[in-house]
Design a protein around this ligand. Structure first.
Ligand SMILES: Nc1ncnc2c1ncn2[C@@H]1O[C@H](COP(=O)(O)OP(=O)(O)O)[C@@H](O)[C@H]1O
Ligand SMILES: [Mg+2]
Length: 232
């Protein structure tokens, strides 16, 4: 059985085709196996967010193929893509993206609702997930009653609650102080150690250095793809 979780073949994303074209992804091919912790690093404008949107099934490519768990998702409809997102991917964003008027545990339950999980099991999964990120004592706090680091931990709990095979984190420490950043990176490494596939998108060398595999992207192309002996 192939261990590949992600296989991208010759992927191109062109914005404004036929007008002032921007080739944001230019023939990218990439394989990521189950259980890897990979950092994708590049300067502003290099195509990181475009790649994240593709990996996260938030957008379709102009050309090329994307196999996620063996299924070609490059040509699916919006509804099919949202099913795949619910099933396969946990998202962590720079801005946490929590719902302000919901408590921590309610925020974590949101993707479980979309997955059709019943009320009681939802609560159990959400509580267990918040305990994993050290927030078992903050279940009923709203985002505004928590620090940035705590909010990002809620977002991580939300991402992992339904145990999706893939965790996609886009600049997850971009809005955090250095102590909270360390905490969040530590949790992401724990996720990886417990067998999840984690993709960390960043412009920060120090953060990328935490990963065992570092992929540099420049002008929409993979510039280098190396094993980092210092990472874990
Ligand atoms: N919706 C869009 N329409 C047109 N051009 C875009 C759009 N999104 C991104 N771009 C362009 O694509 C290139 C890659 O952008 P992006 O993926 O956001 O890079 P990064 O996340 O690394 O900063 C940039 O030149 C950017 O200006
Ligand atoms: Mg970006």
């Amino acid at each position: 059985m192939s261990e590949a979780l992600i296989e991208i073949r010759d992927l191109c994303k062109i914005y404004n085709p036929g007008e002032v074209e921007v080739r944001a992804l230019d023939h990218v091919s990439l394989t990521i196996n189950r259980g890897e912790l990979v950092a994708i690093i590049g300067q502003s404008g290099s195509g990181k967010s475009t790649l994240m949107n593709q990996l996260g099934c938030l957008d379709v490519p102009t050309s090329g193929d994307y196999f996620l768990s063996g299924q070609n998702v490059a040509k699916l409809s919006d509804n099919e893509l949202s099913d795949i997102r619910n099933r396969e991917i946990g998202f962590i964003f720079q801005g946490f993206n929590l719902i302000p008027n919901l408590t921590a545990v309610e925020n974590v339950e949101v993707p479980l609702i979309y997955r059709g999980i019943g009320k009681r099991e939802r609560r159990q999964l959400a509580v267990a997930s918040l305990e994993k990120v050290g927030l078992g004592h903050r279940l009923d706090h709203k985002p505004s009653q928590m620090s940035g680091g705590q909010q990002q931990r809620v977002a991580i709990a939300r991402a992992i609650a339904a145990a999706p095979p893939l965790i996609l984190a886009d600049e997850p420490t971009g809005n955090l102080d250095s102590a909270s950043s360390k905490e969040i990176l530590q949790i992401l490494k724990q996720m990886h150690a417990s067998g999840r596939t984690v993709i960390l998108i960043t412009h920060d060398n120090e953060i990328a250095a935490q990963a065992k595999r570092i992929i540099h992207i420049r002008d929409g192309k993979i510039d280098s793809d190396t094993i980092n002996e210092g990472g874990k």
